[in-house]
Structures are given as C-alpha cells and as structure tokens.
Design a protein around this ligand. Structure first.
Ligand code: PAF
Length: 288
C-alpha cells in the first residue's frame, strides 16, 4: 500500500493507473476505521482495478461545539487495517492543501432541499461541508466509482444529487449498514459511549425495526409510528432529534401510492450523536 500526503503524488499515481487503462474506486473516510469502512473497501476492490481510501477530518462539516477537535485520529491503526484489506493508495491530505483559501471564506457547494431537513435541521451547514469536500476528492481522484455507507443515508442522497447536478462522471455506490451483533450500526462515534450507554445504544435500531414492521401492517398511521419511535428512544434515556418516515428516493414525506420508504432517526446518548435508518419496501402502496 502506498500513501499520498499531497495532491501532486495523488494525481501522479492516478494518472499512471489511468494511462495503463486501469479503473479506480474511491472510499472517502474521516479515519478511525471500523468494519463498515472495510466493507466499502472490499466492494471497491471488486468493482475497480485500483482503490483509493481518503482519510481527512473535514472541519467545515462540523458545527460550532461539535466534536471536530476531539474526533479520534488513529492513523497508524487505520493504515494497518487498510494494508491488510489490500488497499492500493491511502490519500491523507493536510488541511492547507485541501482548503487553499482557508475554511472561512472558501467556495462551497450547496445541495438544495435535501440539506436542510432531518440531520440538516440540527446541523446547519453540515451537508454543504460534506458536499464540498467530497467534490474536492472526486475532482482530484477522478474515480470511476465512489462508495459510501448507507448509515449516512441523507449524506448518500446529497452526494448522489450533487454528482447528478454537477455532471461529475462517477458512479456513486451505497453500501449496506454494517451492524454490531446487537444491531447497533457501526460508527466511529460509538467509541464515545461508556459501557452502560453502549448497552442502551441498540434501542435505536430496535425502534427503527419495530417502526418498519408496523409500516407493513394494513392501516399503518405514520404520525403514530413516528411518535412511538420518539417515545421509545426517550424512554431508553436518549435525547431524540428526529424519528421520521420518508420516501427513500428523495426524503420527502410519504404520499399515497408510495412503496419505497426509509425510517430514519437521530438521537443523543450521553456524548454521542447516533444516527441510523431502516429501508422499507411495502408490498401494497400507501393508502390515501
Ligand atoms: O461519511 C464520512 O465519513 C464523511 O462525511 C465523508 C463522506 C468522508 C466526508 O468528509
């Protein structure tokens, strides 16, 4: 495995691969890698001749008071995992090179509609920060394929929409959530939980799974299901931000006739903000 710490090395390596006719897949990450990230790399290796993983903790997607300064940095452990998983190139740029104009007054990409709802309502500017850094990575790596986990479902849709609207020639692949044995979605932020909180954290997935099952029942009432989801998280000692049933293609509220839905939740548990979602394909379209 090679490592590029700067754009010049990254671009030269990718140029050589492309000259040789090889395809390239990119997995963007913020490091502190877990089995979910490694599943993305494994799929990337199946889809392309060469793989790039980026590790960059992107300051502009963190709000004031969020965990940018304390976000875990585990570069040596990450390198060992990536090398063992067969990565070709790790790209670990520094802040100044990725934000040559600084991070305060830099050019930003904003994806309308999708960015201000759900997580975007509670983390203003977050998805603009994500879209901007992912665009920088796609422009410089020029991958044929880029892979993202479905745990960040809203992020995945924001990136798909950005790539569509900006005509960026890359296939965006969403990969299934990798879960702990008790159902908790793997996340770098799970490490913030103490043992008691960790034992409680699976409630978020249980509540989503219950909601998904109830949506399949005849006469399902979405507002009741959402309210019960919020109550279940609060009863477990969490501070829910939202528990919401949406259309899976655009995150709009479901309408009569829809069949493809997703139930999404975000909740604080102690110091960790947890997000998760479960997709639901209804056998019968939603009634009016
Ligand atoms: O999902 C993440 O880890 C980040 O939001 C991403 C896509 C690497 C952008 O910083």
């Amino acid at each position: 495995m090679d490592t590029a710490f700067d754009l010049k090395t990254l671009r030269a390596t990718v140029r050589d691969w492309k000259t040789a006719g090889l395809t390239v897949a990119l997995v963007p990450t913020m490091g502190n890698l877990h089995a979910g990230h490694i599943s993305l790399l494994k799929r990337a290796r199946e889809l392309a001749d060469r793989t790039v993983v980026s590790i960059f903790v992107n300051p502009i997607q963190f709000g004031k008071g969020e965990d940018y300064d304390s976000y875990p940095s585990t570069l040596e452990a990450d390198k060992a995992k990536l090398s063992a998983a067969g990565l070709d190139l790790l790209f670990a740029p520094n802040l100044d090179e990725l934000y040559p104009g600084g991070t305060a007054e830099d050019t930003r990409i904003t994806v309308p509609q999708l960015s201000d709802i759900l997580c975007g309502e509670f983390r203003p500017g977050h998805f603009s920060g994500v879209a901007t850094v992912v665009a920088k990575l796609l422009i410089n790596v020029q991958p044929d394929t880029a892979l993202f986990g479905e745990k960040d479902y809203q992020q995945l849709l924001v990136i798909r929409r950005m790539v569509h609207d900006l005509l960026i020639p890359v296939d965006i692949i969403g990969m299934p959530i990798v879960r702990e044995p008790d159902g908790l979605a793997m996340s770098s932020r799970n490490g913030y939980l103490d043992a008691t909180q960790r034992a409680t954290a699976a409630v978020i997935n249980q509540a989503l799974t219950t909601a998904a099952a109830r949506l399949r029942e005849p006469g399902a009432r979405i507002a009741t299901i959402e309210g019960d989801g919020i109550a279940a998280l609060a009863a477990a000692g969490m501070r829910p931000e939202y528990f919401s049933v949406r259309r899976s293609n655009d995150l709009a509220p479901p309408r009569p006739g829809d069949t493809a839905l997703v139930v999404l939740a975000a909740a604080w548990l102690g110091p960790a903000r947890l997000i998760d979602n479960v997709q639901v394909e209804l056998a019968e379209p939603l009634a009016a």
